[in-house]
Design a protein around this ligand. Sequence first.
Ligand code: SAM
Ligand code: SF4
Length: 496
Amino acid sequence: MILHIDGDINRYYVQTLSMIFFPGATFAPDEEAGEDVPELYLTLEKSPNGYVATTKVTLNGKSAEAQRECEAREDLSDERCRKVAVGASVTAALGELLEYRSSWGILTGVRPTKVATEMLGKGISKTKTKRLLVQDYLVSAKKAALATEVALNEQRIMGTPETRDCSIYVSIPFCPSRCAYCSFVSYTSKKLLSLIPEYVHRLAAEVKEAIAAADRCGLRIKTVYIGGGTPSILEPELLEVLMSSLAEALGDREIEEFTFEAGRPDTITAEKLAIAKKYGANRISVNPQTLSAEVLSGIGRSHTVEDFYRAFSTAREVGIDCINTDLIAGLPGDTFTRFAESMDGILALRPENITVHTFCVKRSATWRQSSGIYSMRGGDAGKCVDYSQIKAQQALYKPYYLYRQKNTVGNYENVGFALEGKEGRYNIYMMEEVHSIIAVGAGAVSKFVCLRSPTTGKPTIKRQFNAKYPYEYLKADSIPSLVSSMEAFCEEFLDG
Ligand SMILES: C[S@@+](CC[C@H](N)C(=O)[O-])C[C@H]1O[C@@H](n2cnc3c(N)ncnc32)[C@H](O)[C@@H]1O
Ligand code: SF4
């Protein structure tokens, strides 16, 4: 796609907006013009009242044009006013050309609740926040209500974040086999799976060092999350090694929440869950993705619907307090009826948390090359997402966590629902970036968060990346750099 931009405009924003309409578009500077290459001309000018943006797009001999003004207002920064004008004119022109409108309007980011949170934080009422999301950001009324509801729930659950709060993330990037749709980095080959014992012993030592460093920095650990991949791939002996080491490092301090993600039903046994529970885990995931046997086999997930029910009742028998189940809306081969049956089946089990993802296509997924699985308009995915939100709320689940990924069918969102008081708090802390995440293990990323920098007064986040692949990770020694970044960050941003 070719962009011609004139004015004080964030080019990356225009690219991400354009990608809603042209998924997978590239913006190489030497892209050659042609009938079938979309071309967009955008100008932004100051007007007597604010900013005016004008967009013209052409493709295959068709063209569309739209001019939009954003009037300056006290509650809109200058930068936001420019973004609103640009967003409105680009989406109007592209929308007319392709006869499509995204229900998230001009919001392209991972966290559409951020704008609602900002407005509510300025004392704007709930009703006005919803109205402004619709009016300025062109979000549909339904999504504006959802984003506002989630923002309010997040605030209520988080309270006021403390400067020295943090969470610990432990990465187990291994799975027994690869699900065809999966967009996460995880290792399934025999060669890599053979590294698990060495990897777990390394992690067991490293979590101790990371927690000791956090203690020296005066950080307060709120939650622990062992995620994957599939953490329940670990055999009981290795799980014991990891969990006992974590429990020893945590000592008798009180942790708000300790998630052992578990994940794939075919790896979950009572023995493994009992070990996790013995060492403090109080939240797990048992994920069906769908309760349709046909869809399950089509997506290459090597377990059955019965495996899911068995694993779920095992988790209940072991006495895990909080069980999450993941579903995906818009899976290839799924239909609205099947999805509705899956959602109803899950609601009947009354797990404490239900997370409904929208199917997304990422480069690493095996299906990337296959045609026909991605649809900008989303087919029935929108109906499925709506159904999940209506039914969950009727069943007294509250949406408390919301994020978006690129390339989701229909541009829909992922939403976490919870029964009152059972929200997955790590998910909120991580997504809202309100405190530091100290991450141990391959592919994991630590985030050091300061909500108000002593020098700029603005939020500051520094990231520390661990080696991506387990064999690289085992060769490297990530802990010294993790510890020194943590110490340097605390000294510069949190001390004093
Ligand atoms: C990191 S995965 C780990 C879960 C665990 N390994 C399992 O499969 O049960 C977390 C969740 O992301 C979701 N997910 C993975 N790939 C996805 C995709 N392409 N589109 C939408 N959701 C996806 C699934 O619901 C999955 O349970
Ligand atoms: S969906 Fe879960 S089990 Fe399947 S490959 Fe992805 S992380 Fe592994």
